[in-house]
Design a protein around this ligand. Structure first.
Ligand code: SAM
Ligand code: SF4
Length: 326
């Protein structure tokens, strides 16, 4: 089988798919205030185009797909999409990142359609704060999380972007919440992706500081986590809770990067922190054969950058996070 190996010897086996750049939230670090420049309908890939591209990637050795966005659950055809992807023979791991605002109504159908596991963004357990960070409703998110657990979606991982002036004082509460409900917890550092991400750099906290803070209350022990990706995991002694630390800024993990990202417009981004890309929508619509499309993907992987430069060139990536798929 043909494989996607980049010039640095890294095998690309993971595709993140931003199935829409639209969202019912407005997290201040993700979508810039007043942003209106969302993708036009005609420029969005159809379900059939998505399915075709995922099949081609799977034939090139990609077996992990994460559906992300924007907010995937704002797409009316999301369950059908998952059902179609889950039937592709090469896909062994199909997951989703969601803000969970619509999960209470979708959890059961997503499970039925074949979703494997989900990550849910949750930055605060205080309704007012949550609203200020996301413009969303915390109660709906909690209801969504509990519905996903009741629908037997497992594991459920909570992603918390830790920010100095916003929620740093809540990291301990989030640990308690995840212990109580049996969720896995992951802390994330803010990244300067797009104008919103760049504006959030004032809130940046290194996760070393979070670990030191938590060590005052909890004792950690090392642990292994299947499919950990870039997260480094620790367990709290005496508890089942595993905590992942995702440190793109303070300790980057580009050396083991195994992923690329496809936007809802059909743009293949080779690195979250660089502009290198391949526009696939025109190729699809010009009528290229499967073999020709695969050859274009193989060529693009040869241009995958070695690493992001968030620290040295923090204003490089101008596109918004919801378009790239975080
Ligand atoms: N709407 C879904 C959600 O919020 O989980 C999926 C898309 S969202 C872009 C995916 C992840 O990217 C979320 O965990 C979010 O917190 C994270 N994210 C967005 N902007 C970010 C930034 N500037 N720095 C770090 N993480 C960011
Ligand atoms: Fe929407 Fe997710 Fe971005 Fe928040 S982080 S605005 S929920 S896409």
């Amino acid at each position: 089988m043909m494989e996607l190996i980049d010039p640095f010897g890294r095998r690309v086996e993971y595709l993140r798919l931003s199935v829409t750049d639209r969202c019912d939230f407005r997290c201040f670090y993700c979508i810039p205030k007043g942003f209106k420049d969302f993708t036009e309908t005609g420029n969005r890939l159809s379900l059939e185009e998505f399915v075709r591209l995922i099949r081609l990637f799977s034939e090139l050795g990609v077996d992990k797909i994460r559906i992300t966005g924007g907010e995937p659950l704002v797409r009316p055809d999301i369950s059908e999409m998952i059902s179609r992807f889950s039937k592709l023979p090469g896909i062994s791991d199909l997951s989703m990142s969601t803000n969970a605002s619509r999960l209470a109504t979708h959890a059961r159908e997503l499970k039925k359609a074949g979703i494997g596991r989900i990550n849910v963004s949750l930055d605060s357990l205080q309704p007012d704060r949550f609203q200020r960070i996301t413009q969303g409703n915390l109660e709906q998110v909690i209801a969504g999380l509990l519905a996903a657990r009741d629908a037997d979606i497992h594991p459920i991982k909570i992603n918390m972007v830790v920010m100095r002036d916003r929620n740093l004082d809540e990291v301990g509460d989030m640990v308690d919440f995840c212990i109580e409900h049996g969720f896995t917890l992951r802390f994330i550092e803010t990244m300067p992706v797009g104008a919103a991400g760049q504006s959030a750099k004032l809130s940046y906290v290194s996760l070393d500081e979070v670990r030191t803070l938590l060590s005052q209350r909890f004792e950690f022990e090392p642990c292994k986590m299947k499919g950990a990706g870039p997260a480094k995991y620790l367990r709290i002694k005496g508890e089942r809770l595993k905590i992942g630390f995702i440190t793109p800024m303070s300790q980057h993990f580009c050396g083991s990067c195994n992923r690329v990202r496809l936007s809802c417009e059909g743009t293949l981004y080779l690195c979250l922190g660089q502009q290198d890309k391949l526009e696939m929508r025109p190729l699809l619509r010009q009528g290229l054969s499967d073999a020709e499309l695969k050859s274009e993907i193989l060529k693009a992987i040869q241009r995958k950058p070695e690493k992001h430069e968030f620290n040295t060139s923090p204003d490089r990536v101008v596109r918004v996070m919801s378009m790239t798929g975080g």
